[in-house]
Design a protein around this ligand. Structure first.
Ligand SMILES: Cc1cc2nc3c(=O)[nH]c(=O)nc-3n(C[C@H](O)[C@H](O)[C@H](O)COP(=O)(O)O)c2cc1C
Length: 451
């Protein structure tokens, strides 16, 4: 991390018809050209003007169709139903920017390690060493059904698989020594002794190599992870360079920060070299009244189907199959295979060991603005809160979601960024060109990830 410590800013984006806030596609000022490069490139320029470190793309490998086992309501409501391939979108954005880091989500459960290593390695070359990979184990049966399986892999089992998956991906990225490429037209293309086979034969994966993408400008893409369960946090502590989290308020954020930094140290890594960033929303206006008005417009866009479809998707349970006030049994709760972090948060927030569907709707905040902390008001109000979280060690940065595209980011860049810069907690310019440089991370070295 930079010295003095500075906020790391990440934009929480979706390669689809809406922002993280599903209702955003209806926002009067949101652009609707999401199937064109212009939409994403416009966003890249706005974010780079605001010196964001990373534009990050969430992903899921299915529509949210677990609710009533049907997609029609989700499609009609535009509930995150378009999902474009993130590596293409990362490249498109990378070509419209020069410093902005660009991250995309890739599943360890439904892709092969070789595929992920090659796709992200290629993007990292194409955008000059600014790529990041958000490692997810995926969440639901819809994803399984799209990839030739009937049901999703069990929660902890998929993290065990993911640990080995990481060894294969990072192993492949190491197989080209940094100076292997020669490209001497009169002589050798590359030094054959500096390109190695991986020959991985493990419990879950086999992959021989040699890998087909040379060492990238930053060595390898930056690793992002956002597991929220105990097992998920343990995985993040072992592998991630950027950790995203979902927190309720500053007290919860501080407790989570201390816990995760402790887990990183316990995993034998330097906690100061790992950024922890909670998801949040910002509503900023030149006056408080203007900020409140922006918030009210966005807040009015959420519909009940947004919550039910996204909750069913995340928890991997059809919330249409149970009466609103019937408690989940212990066995039902134990058998849920989706996001355990969200399940556990509902139990904690509701204070009920056996919450009902209504409790899940109420206490997850899913599909609505209160799913994440909200910083609202004048630029000073917003900067006061963001600075307090940052200086109070509740976070090292933020994953900023918005409700109008690109207006929410334009507001932030125009009004909040200068205020944070004036206070000395946000960089005035990028330090270098690769994402590792801009995050204050050392250049990757072969094998540095091995314990
Ligand atoms: C900011 C943020 C972004 C996330 N992005 C994704 C994503 O793109 N895809 C996904 O499946 N899960 C995403 N998640 C969820 C986690 O990666 C993880 O899948 C989820 O918490 C389930 O893991 P758990 O059971 O360990 O909690 C995100 C979480 C946060 C806080």
């Amino acid at each position: 991390m930079s010295d003095p410590r500075q906020i790391t800013m990440i934009a929480f984006m979706q390669a689809q018809n809406c922002s993280n806030y599903t209702g955003s596609w209806r926002h009067p000022s949101s652009h609707s050209d999401f199937l064109t490069p212009a939409y994403f490139q416009r966003m890249a320029r706005v974010l780079e003007e605001g010196k964001f470190h990373v534009a990050f793309f969430d992903d899921r490998l299915a529509m949210p169709d677990r609710y009533k086992n049907d997609h029609v309501e989700a499609v009609e409501g535009g509930v995150r139903v378009v999902k474009l391939d993130v590596t293409t979108i990362m490249t498109v954005m990378g070509l419209a920017s020069t410093k902005l880091g660009i991250g995309g989500t890739g599943s360890t459960t439904y892709f092969e390690p070789f595929h992920i290593a090659r796709a992200w390695g290629t993007v990292d070359h194409m955008i000059g060493g600014r790529a990041a990979w958000n490692v997810v184990t995926s969440v639901n049966d819809g994803e399984a059904l799209n990839f030739g399986r009937d049901t999703h892999v069990d929660h902890d089992h998929r993290y065990d698989m993911a640990d080995e998956f990481m060894e294969v991906v990072l192993g492949h990225w190491d197989t080209w020594e940094p100076d292997a490429l020669i490209v001497d037209k009169e002589g050798r293309f590359a030094d054959g002794k500096k390109v190695h086979r991986l020959d991985h034969k493990g419990r879950y994966y086999q992959s021989r190599g040699p890998f087909t993408v040379p060492w990238t400008p930053q060595g390898r893409p930056v690793i992002i992870q956002a597991g929220q369960s105990g097992r998920g946090k343990q995985f993040a502590a072992r592998w991630a360079e950027l950790i995203f989290c979902s927190v309720r308020n500053i007290e919860h954020a501080k407790a989570n920060y201390a816990e995760v930094k402790g887990a990183i140290a316990a995993a034998g890594r330097d906690p100061e070299k790992v950024v922890i960033a909670p998801a949040c929303y910002v509503f900023v206006g030149e006056t408080r009244a203007m900020a409140e008005e922006k918030f009210a417009i966005s807040d009015s866009l959420a519909r009940p189907i947004d919550t039910l479809a996204l909750l069913s998707e995340a928890i991997n349970f059809d919330f249409g199959s149970k009466p609103m006030d019937e408690p989940f049994s212990d066995q039902e709760l134990a058998q849920l295979t989706g996001m355990h972090g969200m399940r556990d948060r509902v139990i904690a927030n509701s204070g009920k060991k056996n919450p009902t569907t209504r409790d899940f709707v109420e206490h997850s905040g899913r599909g609505r603005l209160r799913e994440a902390p909200i910083f609202k008001g004048t630029p000073k109000d917003v900067a006061d809160e963001m600075e307090a979280w940052f200086k109070g060690r509740a976070c090292d940065g933020y994953v900023l979601a918005t409700t109008e595209m690109p207006g929410g980011y334009e507001d932030f860049v125009r009004l909040v960024v200068p205020e944070l810069q004036r206070r000395g907690v946000y960089h005035k310019d990028y330090r270098g060109t690769t994402l590792r440089e801009n995050l204050g991370l050392p250049m990757a070295r072969r094998g540095d990830w091995r314990m």
